[in-house]
Design a protein around this ligand. Structure first.
Ligand SMILES: CC(C)(COP(=O)([O-])OP(=O)([O-])OC[C@H]1O[C@@H](n2cnc3c(N)ncnc32)[C@H](O)[C@@H]1OP(=O)([O-])[O-])[C@@H](O)C(=O)NCCC(=O)NCCSC(=O)C[C@@](C)(O)CC(=O)[O-]
Length: 324
């Protein structure tokens, strides 16, 4: 069993009362808007819009911009243009563009595109969601992940791992933290450089997320963990604060809070990137992200898609700008 190398984190009270204690410390935001954010859109989003979105996100200073999925287009039609997207984006130096890969067939397709340098593999911590999402059991899913990861590493790709339904499953109810801890350990042993813990339906709050992280951190070093919260119950930002308090320094989020999973009915989008960045900057973290530019991108994508902005920080900062 791996032991955490990070010293015990400061309490939330210390963080809130003394934000300068985090001054300048790096925090990595993983932008998932172009993939998680768009995959559930019923109306096809033109490839050109996806490409422009990814380029704009790269220009605001994000260092990881998840680009698309090499999943079956029969299952997720919105991601069917994966190859064109990854070919057409600008590929800014220093920015990683991971693509989701569910199986060896997806990896074979991804490997044919020389622009794919990093993949993300994904499994679930509940049987119901695993069956609906990837049409197999948890065990079969992790066997697939192992073979995909091994093959990807042989081909010099970096591999990030996701675990879905870490708090609760839309089909099976609450998930045991010990199950998530075991699966996290497995993904790291396969060779994933990082594991992102996904609260797919956004059911978690500070208590359940804290209990989950206490258990997972017994099995995995904190510097190998990321958190991925959907904001269905409005808890995502406080959940990230709990993760920060435990010592985690990577979080996934989606521009304008776009998103939802096709196999998690009722789940809303991810935590909005703008809200996350607003909080991180207020705490004194260095994200490398230009918030005003991020807000412009958020306004732009909402206009392109004809939808309301789910980011509270974007709404507030845009209305302030309009009043001036
Ligand atoms: C895993 C499968 C493919 C199994 O689906 P299956 O139907 O069991 O697969 P199969 O192996 O039996 O193949 C069926 C057909 O699909 C084709 N096929 C098979 N694989 C591929 C592929 N990679 N690319 C293109 N085509 C593929 C295959 O060639 C065959 O074609 P046919 O002979 O019928 O013409 C399917 O269930 C699938 O694609 N699922 C993906 C669902 C998905 O993308 N969900 C959303 C992403 S996960 C998520 O959002 C959660 C996350 C990560 O954000 C974290 C969180 O919030 O929790």
């Amino acid at each position: 069993m791996l032991r955490s190398a990070v010293p015990s984190a400061v309490s939330i009270r210390t963080l809130v009362n003394n934000p300068s204690s985090k001054s300048g410390e790096a925090f990595r935001v993983v932008e998932v808007g172009a993939r998680d954010g768009l995959q559930n859109e019923k109306k096809m989003v033109p490839t050109a819009i996806k490409v422009e979105l990814i380029n704009k996100l790269s220009e605001v200073g994000l260092k990881t911009v998840e680009a698309t999925s090499y999943v079956s287009p029969k299952w997720v039609p919105q991601m069917g243009d994966h190859d064109n997207v990854i070919t057409q984006i600008k590929k800014y130096p220093g920015v990683a563009y991971p693509v989701l890969v569910p199986n060896l067939a997806g990896l074979k397709n991804a490997l044919q595109n020389e622009n794919v340098k990093e993949i993300a593999v994904f499994g679930a911590a509940s049987e119901g969601f695993s069956k609906k999402n990837i049409n197999c059991s948890i065990e079969e899913g992790f066997n697939r992940i192992k073979e995909v990861t091994e093959e990807a590493l042989k081909n010099n790709l970096r591999v990030r791992g996701y675990i879905s339904t870490v708090i609760a499953c839309p089909y099976d109810g609450k998930t045991k933290p010990s199950v998530v801890a075991d699966l996290t350990e497995k993904l790291l042993s396969f060779g994933c450089y990082e594991v992102s813990l996904g609260d797919t339906i956004g059911a978690g709050g500070a208590g359940s997320v804290g209990r989950l992280l206490d258990e997972v951190s017994k099995a995995a070093p904190l510097e190998k963990l990321a958190v991925h919260f959907h904001d269905t119950y409005g808890q995502a930002l406080s959940n990230v604060l709990v993760a920060i308090n435990r010592g985690i320094r990577v979080a996934d989020s989606s521009i304008a809070g776009l998103g939802g999973c096709p196999y998690a009915v009722g789940a809303t989008g991810n935590l909005a990137t703008e809200d996350l960045v607003y909080m991180l900057h207020d705490l004194g973290f260095n994200t490398g992200i230009n918030l005003p530019k991020l807000i412009q991108t958020s306004e732009w994508i909402c206009a392109q898609m004809g939808r309301n902005n789910a980011s509270r920080a974007s709404i507030a900062l845009l209305s302030k700008k309009k009043k001036l």
